[in-house]
Design a protein around this ligand. Structure first.
Ligand SMILES: NC(=O)c1ccc[n+]([C@@H]2O[C@H](COP(=O)([O-])OP(=O)(O)OC[C@H]3O[C@@H](n4cnc5c(N)ncnc54)[C@H](OP(=O)(O)O)[C@@H]3O)[C@@H](O)[C@H]2O)c1
Length: 214
């Protein structure tokens, strides 16, 4: 697939590098494609990755991964232009200014708001409940970390599922986009454990089942 990654930080950099290494064509969309750090990211990502300014990044891409801070999301979506029909994978947690909680919840989610800002895109919430360290290495003693995703478009969810599997994760379809209201607080629980309880970023949630129904 040809995939645009908006944001070149922990999440965008890790997902883009690994997807490029898996054979996907990756275009990093950056506010400043010449900034320090981009060169190293491109070197690590290999020949399948390039970088472009935000207003050129999504050209010809079937999939767009949004990996910016929450306060930047609306502006970045405006800057990239028309997302008509593209799969838009939203990794964002709507953290408040002190990172101590969420800006939204219960009756709205970042995923739903992003879908309103990009009304012609096919939005899937995914990758928000695992750390960048788990995106880099999803295996825990031979068992894949679970990544939950939700969205309203079946085909977009199928594409997202496949990308998560390509990365070595255990993807779980968690229903409609409205369920981002649950996936975002779920990630806040993760952040609490990782940061405040001292678990660090090398831990992940795993769902268990008694028989193979999925
Ligand atoms: N870190 C994690 O483990 C983790 C896990 C799951 C989900 N998330 C979520 O994923 C998103 C990205 O997290 P991250 O840790 O990758 O953040 P980060 O390291 O700060 O990277 C964010 C990237 O977004 C781009 N960006 C665009 N507009 C920006 C602005 N106004 N201010 C700052 N950066 C801007 C920047 O790339 P350019 O400079 O190239 O434009 C920047 O490198 C967040 O919403 C976070 O809640 C994070």
């Amino acid at each position: 697939l040809k995939i645009a990654i908006l944001g070149t930080g922990n999440v965008g950099g890790t997902l883009g590098r690994r997807l490029a290494q898996k054979g996907h064509l990756v275009v990093f969309g950056s506010r400043d494609p010449t900034h320090e750090g981009i060169r190293g990211l491109l070197d690590q990502s290999g020949p399948n990755a390039t970088v472009k300014p935000l207003n050129e990044a999504i050209d010809g891409c079937e999939v767009v991964i949004l990996a910016t801070p929450w306060p930047a999301a609306e502006g970045v979506l405006k800057a990239v232009g028309n997302l008509d029909g593209k799969v838009l994978i939203d990794c964002i947690n709507p953290l408040n200014a002190t990172f101590s909680g969420l800006d939204l919840g219960f009756s709205e989610s970042a995923g739903e708001r992003i879908a309103r800002w990009a009304p012609t895109a096919r939005v899937v919430k995914c990758f928000n409940s695992i750390s960048a360290a788990t995106m880099a290495d999803p295996g825990y003693e031979g068992t894949a970390a679970t990544v939950f995703y939700c969205g309203d478009d079946t085909e977009a969810k199928r594409v997202t599922h496949r990308l998560a599997e390509d990365l070595g994760l255990d993807p779980v379809d968690s229903g409609p986009l409205l369920n981002a209201r649950y996936l975002e607080p779920f990630a806040m629980l993760y952040i609490h454990l990782a940061v405040r309880e001292g678990w660090g970023s090398n831990c992940a949630f795993r769902i268990m089942k008694r028989n193979s129904q999925r």
